[in-house]
Structure formats: structure tokens, C-alpha cells
Design a protein around this ligand. Sequence first.
Ligand code: G4P
Length: 531
Amino acid sequence: MTLATPAPPPARDAVSQSARRRTFAIISHPDAGKTTLTEKFLLYSGAVAEAGAVKARAGRRRARSDWMEMERERGISITSTVLQFRYRGHVLNLLDTPGHRDFSEDTYRVLAAADAAIMVLDVAKGIEEQTRKLFEVCRSRGLPILTFVNKYDRPGRDPLELLDEIEEQISLRPTPVTWPVGIPGDFRGVLDRRTGELVRYVRTVGGSTAAPEEVVEPGRAAREEGGEWERAAETCALLDEVGATFDEASFAAGEASPLFVGSALTNFGVRHLLDAVVDLAPAPGPRADLDGVVHPVGSSFSGQVFKIQANMDPAHRDRVAFVRVCSGRFERGMVVTQSSTGKLFATKYATSVLASERSTIDEAFPGDVVGLVNAGDLRIGDTLYDGDPVAYPPIATFAPELFASVRALSTDRHKQLRRGLDALDEEGVVQLLVDPVGDRTPVLGVVGQMQFEVAAHRLEHEFGAVVELSPTAYRAVRKTDEATAGLLRGEPGSRILARRDGTLLALFESEHWVARLESDHPEWCLERSVV
Ligand code: G4P
């Protein structure tokens, strides 16, 4: 008897390990199926034996932890989590964006730590509002995007119409890798354009275990599926003709998106998508620092803070900084330097963060996320390094869309309010805006209503200031300069506020109003990008 030689374990250096990593996020509108798909990823990776574990864990978490009362009261997850699992010898880091109906800047910032994104669309709905917003952030970061058209097991829209919608609405060129055979609701499977074969749709009861996969050669597919197969084959020929075929360069540039169809609920297409994450999505790559110097993944340790979470654990009242490793090997206990201050930071309490459950992490490689506990002085965007100094460009601040003025209900709480607002602004929970010349009442700027609620809750419970938030009528914002600000102060329906860093923002009651001002005064400084 001969014993097979086991494959040697992967080398533990940063270059070999980062080549095995894929760090990605899922972007979608609520209800498109992100949670279901996440659950199925874990099922297919063998991380859970039966689907349902993600929701079950969420239930357990709610029952067990009250690190943020609001999360428990509402049964939602306000903070992002990172799921790490193995698939085909690779380590996949799935950065989960908050799952609530309303999103926040955190959702955007998580994308700063990803190397790729999966855009999940509901076949009946197509591109929806939150998908579009998240997509814009991916585009601004040049992230490659894989598209998954979900819920094919039930009635939906014509797939060609969906392709047009994607291209027209977000200027992303879909390049289908699998194409549906049958219509949504009467789904027979997919034509895999790479092989020309039919992958038959087999329903699994409840989708709790991996779906069996039946691959059918084209001749038999034509006999068995008749007209439906012919229609799919004709459409694929048409797609070939118009060049809607996967192309690595345009995918990497974020211009074209390989598209897969399936049904997360019944597990169909899940494996295709996971394989695509491994085969198509990029491994962590070199990064340019502020001076344009490129740091390869194999250089000494560097990482960037992309999220700060305060008070995750009520027993400790601490702050956790989530750091994406950019280069080198992270080792728990190493002392790293914070680039913005030059201060040293001991990483004794590094954790991996899965929801609010922590486990100590001993080492991490490019693409991984490490949670650093007691990160009192760390700020979003900070670079940490060991060895050669490096500072990566800051993480973009996003244009707030909703504004509310804030005041303490009790007049003797001003100091607490001020301290609380400064802390929340630094953490990136809200953007603190103040009128540099007029009314000094602070204004909070956010991208999602939930951020107001989190801020009010934390101001009361952590800083001892019960506040009243008064929504304002402003709905549009532009970056401006001193000269234009001076002129705008005379205009009705607008207001000038300053960020902590001095950036001047002009707020308007409607986009329509801005458009008019822009056309009347083309010389004014009104930049749409407020970064
Ligand atoms: P989200 O995280 O993007 O908000 O979506 P989630 O996965 O929670 O899915 C939203 C709803 O859509 C869920 O139904 C889920 O079961 C359903 N769903 C997800 N994928 C598919 C699919 O491929 N086909 C069909 N038919 N449905 C799908 P629910 O009734 O809101 O919740 P539940 O009671 O099933 O948990």
C-alpha cells in the first residue's frame, strides 16, 4: 500500500499567504439576498454544516450580548463584521456591510478595506437605490465587481432587459458567465458560457445542504430542454457577437462585471460565484502611500484603520480599531507605529472580530482584518507600521445627505455634549459641522438616518448629554471655497458650514436649486465631490 503524500502546508510568508487571500464585500439593496448568500458561502466552504447558522448566531448574539442596546432592541446589526473562511485552499475574508435597512458611512468605509465586491441584484427588481449608492463608492475606489442576479427560482424580469438596465443606470458593462435557461420562475438551469454546457437547476428542499450539480452536454440539453435551451444558446451567440464576454482587464478596472445567475435560497449558482471569487477576484496587491511610493505585500508590516467601534464590550468600555493588513506579517504582541503621531502601539490584545464574538488572533496577512482593542488614540485612516515608515492616503469622507442641528436638553450639559460630539466626529459616527461665522449650534451630517439615532443614543449613554436633534431642510451639498461661500451667504435656501478640518460645505434645500445656481454662476466653486 502506498500512502499519498499530503500537500505541503502553505508557506507562512506574506507573499505566499496574500496570494491565497481574497478580501471582498457584498453590496446589495436590503432583501436582495445578501444574508442568504453569505450563509450559503459558509455552507459551501464547510465553515458551517447546515445553512441557517448565520441567523442562528445572530439570535444567540442578541440574547447574549448587549454591547449596544439599540442593536438588541431593534434586532439589527449596526456594526460590520468580518467573516473568514476557507475555500479551495484559499482564505476568503468577507467584509459584511451593515445589514439594516438604513445604512451609514460605515457601510461605505468597509469598502475601503475590500479588494472586490459582489453586487447582488433581485431578478424582479434590478438596480435599486442602495445598490446604486454602494456601487458608486466601489467605482470611486476602482473595485472590480462580480454581479449575482438572485432569486431566479421565482418570477422576475427579462434577463436581457436587466443587462440593459445595469449598463444604462450605472455604466457597468455586464459580461454574463452563466446565462439562464428558462425564465425566472420556470428556471431550468444555466448555460455555462465557458463550457457550453447546461448546469441543471435542481431544487433542494429549504437549501440547507449543498445542491447536487448536474452538468449536461449541449446535445442532450437541446433534446431535453428544447425551445428554452435554443433561446438561451441564441442569446449567448448574440452576447458573443456584441463582445459581452468576460475580459480580465476591464473587470480589473471596474468597467465590466462578470455576471452569474442563480438562487441563493436554493443554493443554485453559489458554487459558480465562490469559484469566481477565487479565480477572478484579485488577491491583495501592492499599495501606493501618500508620496506615491508603492509598498509590495511582501514588505514589512503595514495596515490601515478603516473602522472604529466604541464600547463593543460593556464590561470593558473599550474601543476597537479594525485594521486591514496591507503588507507583511502581523504578529500579535508586535509594537507598531501610528503614522499620524509617531506613537508606538502595543498589539497585545489583537482579536479577530466575528460579530461581537472575539477570539485572539496570533498572526494575520495582507487582506486580513485585525481588531485592536484599547485603541484609544487610533483614528480612521491611520496607518500602522513596523519597520519602514509608511502612511497610506486617508479614507475618503462621504458627502452627507441628511443634516440635523443638535443641542443639549439641559443647559448644564454643554461640556458633555461638546466632548461627545468631538468623539463621535473622530470615530466617524457622524460628521460634525459648524457655521464658522454665524449661529454656532452644531449640525450633524450623515448619509443614513440611523447615524442620528446612534449618535443621540451614545451622547446620552456614554457622555451624559440628552440631546434634541432638529432635522433641517437641506438635502444637497457641495464643497466650496471662501470666495464662493461669501457670495452664497446672501442667497436664500443655502447655508455654509465647516468641517473640523476646515473644509467648507455649502448646503442647499434641493439639487434643483444647486443646478440653477450652477448654471447662473458657472464661475462659482461648487464641487460635487466633497472628499
Ligand atoms: P438581505 O440580507 O439582502 O436583506 O436579504 P436576505 O438574505 O435576508 O433575503 C431577503 C428575503 O429574500 C428572505 O426572505 C430570503 O429568504 C429571500 N431570498 C433570498 N434569496 C432568495 C432566492 O434565491 N430565492 C427566493 N425565492 N427568495 C430568496 P424572508 O421571507 O424575508 O425571510 P426568511 O423568512 O426566508 O428568512
